[in-house]
Design a protein around this ligand. Structure first.
Ligand SMILES: NC(=O)c1ccc[n+]([C@@H]2O[C@H](COP(=O)([O-])OP(=O)(O)OC[C@H]3O[C@@H](n4cnc5c(N)ncnc54)[C@H](OP(=O)(O)O)[C@@H]3O)[C@@H](O)[C@H]2O)c1
Length: 346
């Protein structure tokens, strides 16, 4: 049987802020049968994780390109691979059967032909919505868990600052920190997001960074005795101001530097004298470095969810056509929580 498959490409490399006009929706005839002897799998994509790191793959050059396979550069005109959950519609591979739910690196498309090595895992029937496996139970959650617990080694009562705190990773970091008994302040780009952090997610305090003129004195106001842990999602001036306000032996977990992704001129230059004399640790990481703690993360996070101790914040768009605007919106602060595009119901 043949269907029509819609998929998204970039028209050319994107060197600064992405716009919807950088993308094109292509349509092709697509066979739902595999060639005889193929051990591939055909997947109908159900929900797509929309992630900021892809902008670095869309550039002609980025220091990220040679890091790991899922950060490799993308080619204009070709399908874009990303973390997706789909349902198997045909399989030439004995490990996967029709109707299996699979999570892996598929394409921004309605259907993908997938090799076995691109399937990360099968999802058994879940007590929680499928989309949770892209966010709180997926790489966003693992990034929050590993970046906070493994890198920062937090202690109860410590003072924690989180940037992009209403985003997919940031909101989970703040909630984990509160569950541990830390004092947590987050920043976000609107009053609505600030209210969400304080009123729904239990942050001790929060501020709109877009309304602040001098981030150094802003952080001094929120942390008069200094910051123990800074979970950095944004880089730039916020990282500089956080370093200036760290306590001795403070830890900075650098998860991402989104403010630098779309501005080639922008580079944080933290005061290195502070780093030396306050003996601050600044460490970058990738969630994929911490697959060894996935089981531990998953067990603890499922427990928190079952006990109603974690709020899940998702931001969904519908249909393949909405992928470009969903992605562009990450860089304009349009999303609240995990951004997901839902293509079809299970
Ligand atoms: N190391 C890893 O393995 C790993 C894994 C996942 C994500 N990350 C990184 O973690 C960060 C957060 O990712 P996420 O998936 O949770 O995305 P997200 O926070 O859900 O979405 C991006 C948010 O970033 C904020 N933002 C956008 N442009 C900004 C700018 N110029 N300055 C300050 N804030 C800006 C916006 O919120 P506001 O309204 O608050 O501005 C936006 O909603 C990103 O840097 C991402 O690349 C790293």
């Amino acid at each position: 049987m043949e269907v029509t498959n819609k998929y998204i490409v970039i028209k050319k490399h994107i060197e600064d802020a992405p716009k919807e006009s950088h993308f094109e929706i292509k349509t092709e005839p697509f066979s739902l049968s595999l060639e005889p002897g193929s051990d591939n799998v055909i997947v109908k994509n159900l929900c797509i994780s929309i992630d900021p790191y892809l902008i670095n793959r869309m550039k002609s050059y980025s220091a990220s390109h040679k890091s790991i396979s899922i950060t490799a550069p993308l080619t204009p005109g070709e399908a874009i691979d990303a973390i997706i959950i789909g349902k198997v519609v045909a399989s030439g591979n004995a490990k996967f059967g029709k109707d299996d739910l699979v999570l892996g690196v598929f394409t921004w498309a309605e259907y993908s032909v997938v090799k076995e090595q691109n399937i990360i895992r099968k999802l058994e029937s879940s007590e929680f919505p499928l989309t949770y496996h892209l966010g709180i139970l997926g790489f966003s959650g693992l990034s929050a868990y590993a970046g906070f617990f493994e890198i920062c080694k937090p202690q109860k009562g410590e003072k924690v600052f989180v940037s992009a705190a209403s985003g997919s990773v940031g909101n989970i970091v703040g909630q984990y920190a509160k569950l541990l008994g830390c004092y947590v302040v987050g920043c976000a780009g609107s009053q609505k997001k600030v209210a969400l952090l304080k009123e729904k997610l239990g942050f001790d305090d929060a501020f709109n960074y877009k309304e602040e003129r001098d981030l150094n004195s802003t952080l001094k106001r929120y942390f008069p005795d200094g910051i123990d842990i800074y979970f950095d999602n944004v880089g730039g001036e916020m990282l500089e101001a956080a370093v200036a306000n760290m306590k001795a032996f403070g830890r900075v977990s650098v998860c991402g530097v989104i403010s630098e992704y779309t501005d080639a001129e922008k580079r944080a230059s933290p005061n290195m004298i502070d780093v030396v004399y306050k003996r601050i640790t600044i460490r970058g990481f990738l969630a994929t470095d911490f697959l060894n703690v996935f089981a531990e993360f998953s067990t603890k996070t499922l427990d928190y969810l079952r006990n109603g101790q974690l709020e899940v914040i998702e931001d969904k768009s519908l249909g393949v056509e909405s992928i470009p605007s969903a992605f562009v919106g990450l860089f304009n602060g349009d999303n609240v929580g995990k951004k997901v595009v839902v293509l079809a119901e299970e």
